[in-house]
Ligand binder design. Structure first.
Ligand SMILES: [Zn+2]
Length: 432
């Protein structure tokens, strides 16, 4: 048996669509550690991403291991099989040591009444009496009917998580991987009583939960800022932290249990609130992003001019012809107004600087275009279809891309979240 592996207090997940940016991503983590933050990096990639690009989990593992070796990284790091389900877990077993169990499809499938009744008998503490949770504004009391409604809504999902966890634990030594349960791809945020019931049920299933990703209020669209009430998010996040602490005490869940935020990256307006809450509550967090480094690849290609810029323009032209197809899998996490996309002809006339200014996520830049950014965010499949032409340009423009990937993670994500630092957005660098 190994000692159980831990995500530490702070961990950050990033995606690397084509497996070429792990080194630049780890550089940003190294700098964050040098800044004094106890940070654990996680490379996450979902089955859907692998399928769209034509890669396999072993390639994510290989890229992460190579970066770790090249940079002499001695701290922990993880490879996350993101939003894994029973149908897709097996191909990820060998390469992954972090499993994000997605139970969204079971939420709302009504649980067996006998299971609901058994859960209610098992948990008399959840019914009737006032449940005092340290730090929550008010105690809450659950009636039997409310508890039954919540259990009926979530027990199937929790049982599915337990089954999937045990499936993974049969293949791998339980001490060697960490488990997350994600509830984020649902309609409604979970309330504190719902989260408490879910955690009690996960403890019953003996899932050694490292992180849980509830659904938060507001919209977490891909690659653009948060759309919602920041104060409400901060309150939900704080309440959820308190519920987790209570559940750890009451149900014996792992003491290091923490929230995971599937941010969709670039939630700049949330980061100060998140930083405040983490400091105030002395809490930990896992923040999961995915596509922001891929967009930095496109920015780096464009900024490099010449063939790189030409390829970035071609990517946009091809994507523009396939908006519906490319956006369909991500419909719930995009707010894209086609009327505000630049025409292919306009983009063809752009120089490097104009392309970069339109795509780079600088909210103060008047030429920043969130519609173009969201379209390109979901267009990595188009780059995958370009095959070696795309990969060869990544090599040709490697140093410019790496500077963008590292700088983006460090200045726009890691330092604002974990150090509370917000640097003024940098002006577009001069073009070669
Ligand atoms: Zn998610």
């Amino acid at each position: 048996m190994h000692p159980p592996r831990s995500l530490g207090r702070f961990s950050f997940g990033f995606g690397d669509r084509f497996g070429r940016q792990a080194h630049a991503q780890l550089q940003a983590c190294r700098q964050t550690v040098a800044d004094g933050v106890d940070l654990i990096p996680v490379w996450n990639k979902s089955h859907r991403e692998h399928r769209l690009i034509g890669t396999a989990p072993a390639s994510t593992r290989a890229a992460a291991d190579a970066a770790v070796q090249a940079l002499g990284w001695t701290r922990s790091y993880f490879v996350d099989a993101d939003h894994i389900r029973r149908a897709t877990v097996d191909e990820a077993l060998a390469a992954s040591d972090f499993f994000t169990i997605d139970v969204a499809e079971s939420i709302g499938q009504r649980a067996d009444p006998a299971a609901v009744a058994a859960f209610r008998r098992q948990h008399p503490e959840l019914v009737g009496s006032r449940i005092e949770i340290a730090g929550l504004d008010r105690a809450f009391a659950l009636t039997e009917a409310e508890l039954e409604r919540i259990a009926a809504q979530y027990l199937r999902a929790v049982q599915a998580a337990g089954e999937l966890y045990r499936h993974i634990a049969q293949a791998k030594d339980p001490g060697t991987f960490v488990t997350e349960v994600s509830l984020d791809e649902t309609e409604q945020p979970q309330t504190p009583p719902e989260l408490l019931v879910i955690l009690a049920a996960l403890a019953d299933e003996q899932v050694p939960l490292a992180t849980i990703a509830p659904k938060f209020t507001g919209r977490f669209n891909k690659g653009v800022d948060y759309a919602g009430a920041v104060a409400q998010f901060e309150r939900e996040f704080s309440d959820d932290v308190r519920v987790l602490a209570h559940a750890v005490q009451r149900y014996g869940l792992p003491p290091a249990l923490k929230l995971s935020i599937h941010s969709g990256s670039d939630k700049f307006s949330l980061y100060p609130a998140l930083h405040r809450a983490l400091a105030r509550l002395q809490a930990g967090v896992h923040v999961k992003t995915a596509g922001t480094s891929w967009l930095e690849e496109v920015i780096g290609l464009a900024e490099s001019g010449g063939e790189g810029l030409a390829l970035a323009k071609e990517l946009y032209a091809r994507a523009s012809a396939r908006v519906d197809e490319l956006c369909a899998p991500y419909a719930t996490v995009l707010d894209l107004d086609r009327a505000r996309l630049p025409s292919v002809g306009q983009v063809q006339r752009w120089g490097a600087e104009e392309y970069v200014r339109a795509l780079r996520h600088d909210p103060l830049e008047v030429r920043f275009n969130p519609h173009l950014r969201q379209l390109l965010h979901v267009s990595f499949k188009v780059a995958a279809e370009m095959g070696d032409r795309y990969l060869d340009q990544l090599v040709a423009c490697a140093s410019v891309i790496a500077r963008n990937v590292t700088g983006n993670l460090l200045e726009r994500h890691l330092r604002p979240i974990f150090l509370g630092l917000t640097t003024p957005p940098s002006p577009s660098p001069p073009c070669p």
